[in-house]
Design a protein around this ligand. Sequence first.
Ligand code: XMP
Length: 178
Amino acid sequence: MYTLSPMPLKTAEAIGARVQELGQAISVEYDFDMVISVLTGSFVFTADLCRAFAQGEKNTQREIRFIKASSYGNSTVSSGELKVSGMESLDLKEKKILLVDDILDTGRTLLALVGMIKSQGAAEVRSCVLLDKPSRRQVHMEADYCGFEIDDLFVVGYGLDYSDKYRLLPDIWTLKNS
Ligand code: XMP
């Protein structure tokens, strides 16, 4: 039986402020052509981040694509088996890609996705994650842009789920096994 922590780990206000900072920093530092958003957990983050990019002629020309990656199933522990769909149909040749994911945990998902994007001919790939759990890392992988570093906690809300529940909560909460 899982229950939410009494207080949010990150409030909607704190998330909103940090996403604005990320959007502004990326706009200044990286002239990307395409956002690739990793469903399902990053759908809220991606939408907010896109609206935080500096507006102008360049931003009107950028594309956004969605891929699906899953390794958790109905569990708080990764199954270790990564399933990716939607990547093979993307035309990434010579494009500068911003890969947006929800959480960097063991690092296996992001490492695999960056490798796939490069192998499809992208000119450059930079990654942006909302949350990073550095203590969980199993492979050498760091995100280029990160919202918050957090401890080894299972978190839900702001698009993040447990068994497809909790995604609609505006804050990020810790899920406790009680
Ligand atoms: P790896 O281990 O490959 O995993 O870096 C990254 C993916 O695992 C999911 N993940 C979580 N999902 N709450 C979630 O809702 C969590 O605390 C959590 N930790 C990892 C997530 O899909 C991420 O993209």
